[in-house]
Design a protein around this ligand. Structure first.
Ligand code: XMP
Length: 510
């Protein structure tokens, strides 16, 4: 295991951000719920205690025994973490008379202190707390304050234990990164060697040690970043004993199947392309309900994948592209996530075929997956593509999915996506696509009255897809795309632009 920082999670909305900031310093870290605090090992060079929506004054609030860490490795309590340490040693944590939420400025800073070194007087920090530390226990020293918060930061004399009332992990704390670096690098002594190249080398070794010399691994490829990077890592570790299966469900973008398969072949991957479009169309025939469509696709995918996987002699591993946010979600303080993303869910296949599961990206955030993909030579067109849903165009065709309607949508979608690239807008939006609506509208072409289908263009900006805003694309661009679609795609005579944000709308229409 690499040297690492342990983050004990007490349920704060910002816990993942703490991990992001530490990883940005090229230091490995892991989040564990406080209910499952791991035993201290040599790899753990320091501990961060996260914030929490709870109050330490509540008898039900998290109050774990931290003695295995305190005094043995550096510990930094953030917000609730800071209050908890003070409370456990007999300090007074009381409801704040002025509820501090938002921007504040550190005015009394001990600039010689190793934790605060480099922070400028008056530096902006982000506060978010209802309680405040009124009196510190014996042996605790204040090292920073604000006009409203007497104890904004403290240390425990004689041991590397610190508490801060503000959140250095959010970008509104303008010098938060300096503080994180002071803690992780200068105080904990981490050597900043967690780089994509380092990850690749060590993961390849791990995979070679885990997967036996005659073992065979199967992996479902989707053309997306995660499964492609997982494939490249496994390929580097075990070569052709990785058997990729790329299913064409007939619901991919125009020319996507051929293009992506070609890229995989050029990368030297052992991938089998399976054209199963007709099976998917047959399963979708007659369905208009979104959930029934999703279920029909999921069921068919499992059937096809299962059939293809059985063709691999001696297959005994199933690889999956699970990434860190999925892992955190499933062990979070708030309880296991109830839903499993469909592309990670290949039904009961592991049990059915008696397969062991290997997940080489379990420790990585999405942007780290991209960096690793880059280090492995994944081409730009796969590395930086927009997210695309597992059920594909089926959930962008409102009403029944037929091969003809898929073709119409593919043509309109290709004009929109190619246009975004041509106008240098592709990377400005997080996701884009076209929706084929289940209505006809009247139009006029030449002297002819038309009665044809309507499409809606959808483009959003977002960070993680959980919330999204509609992209404010230039009118000139929208006019160009609308003309082109109506002129070139037979069957469409009207184009509209979706200006709904999420929430309350969703990104997809079904
Ligand atoms: P919504 O429409 O819920 O979408 O705002 C958020 C993100 O999730 C994708 N999405 C899916 N991905 N299977 C998937 O693999 C699905 O059933 C599915 N539904 C939505 C969507 O494209 C967007 O990126």
């Amino acid at each position: 295991m690499p040297q690492q920082i342990l983050i004990l999670d007490f349920g704060s909305q910002y816990t993942q951000l703490i991990a992001r900031r530490i990883r940005e310093l090229n230091v490995y870290c892991e989040i564990h719920p406080f209910t499952h605090a791991p035993a201290l090992t040599e790899d753990i060079r320091g501990v961060v205690l996260s914030g929490s929506p709870c109050s330490v004054r509540d008898p039900e609030a998290p109050n774990p025994d931290l003695s295995q860490y305190l005094g043995r490795v550096p510990v930094l309590g953030v917000c609730y973490g800071a209050q908890l340490l003070a409370h456990q040693r007999g300090g007074d944590v009381l409801p704040a008379t002025i509820r501090e939420y938002g921007r504040a400025h550190l005015t009394h800073i001990n600039q010689h202190h190793p934790l605060l070194h480099g922070l400028r007087p008056g530096t902006q920090v982000w506060m978010s707390h209802g309680d405040t530390i009124k009196t510190l226990p014996e042996g605790f020293l204040t090292i920073a304050g604000t006009p409203d918060v007497q104890v904004a930061a403290y240390e425990l004399e004689g041991q590397p234990t610190f508490g801060i009332q503000f959140h250095p992990e959010v970008t509104h704390s303008t010098e938060g990164k300096i503080l994180m670096q002071n803690f992780v690098v200068n105080i904990c002594g981490c050597d900043q060697s967690w780089t994509p190249e380092h990850f690749v080398d060590s993961m390849v070794l791990t995979l070679q040690n885990t997967i036996g010399p005659d073992d065979q691994v199967i992996l479902g490829l989707s053309g997306g970043v995660d499964s492609s990077v997982a494939a490249l890592l496994l390929h580097r570790a075990i070569g052709p004993r990785l058997h990729g299966i790329f299913v064409d469900n007939g619901l991919l973008r125009k020319d996507e199947y051929e293009g992506v398969l070609e890229s995989y072949k050029e990368l030297g991957l052992n991938v089998r392309g399976v054209n199963a479009s007709q099976e998917f169309y047959a399963a979708l025939a007659g369905h208009t309900d979104p959930e029934k469509k999703r279920k029909a696709i999921g069921r068919t995918f499992i059937e096809v994948f299962d059939r293809e996987a059985h063709k691999v002699d001696g297959a005994n591993w199933l690889a999956q592209g699970t990434i860190y946010p999925d892992v955190i979600e499933s062990v979070s303080v708030k309880g296991p996530a109830v839903t499993i993303k469909s592309h990670h869910n290949v039904g009961g296949l592991p049990e059915l075929m008696n397969l062991k599961v290997v997940e080489p990206l379990r420790a990585l955030f999405k942007d780290e997956v991209r960096e690793v993909g880059d280090a492995l030579g994944l081409p730009h067109n796969i590395l930086h593509r927009h997210p695309f849903p597992g059920p594909g165009l089926a959930i962008r065709i409102l009403g029944e999915v037929t091969p003809e309607r898929v073709q119409i949508l593919q043509r309109a979608d290709a004009i929109f996506i190619d246009g975004l690239r041509e106008f240098d807008l592709y990377n400005e939006v997080w996701q884009a696509g076209v929706m084929l609506l289940p209505i006809h509208s009247v139009g006029v072409m030449g002297d002819e009255r038309t009665y044809e289908q309507v499409v809606a263009l959808r483009a959003v900006t977002s960070v993680d897809g959980m919330t999204a805003d509609w992209a404010h694309l230039p009118y000139q661009f929208l006019a160009h795309i609308s003309n082109k679609i109506i002129n070139q795609v037979r069957g469409i005579n009207r184009v509209v632009y979706d200006i709904s944000s999420k929430p309350p709308a969703t990104i997809e229409w079904e």
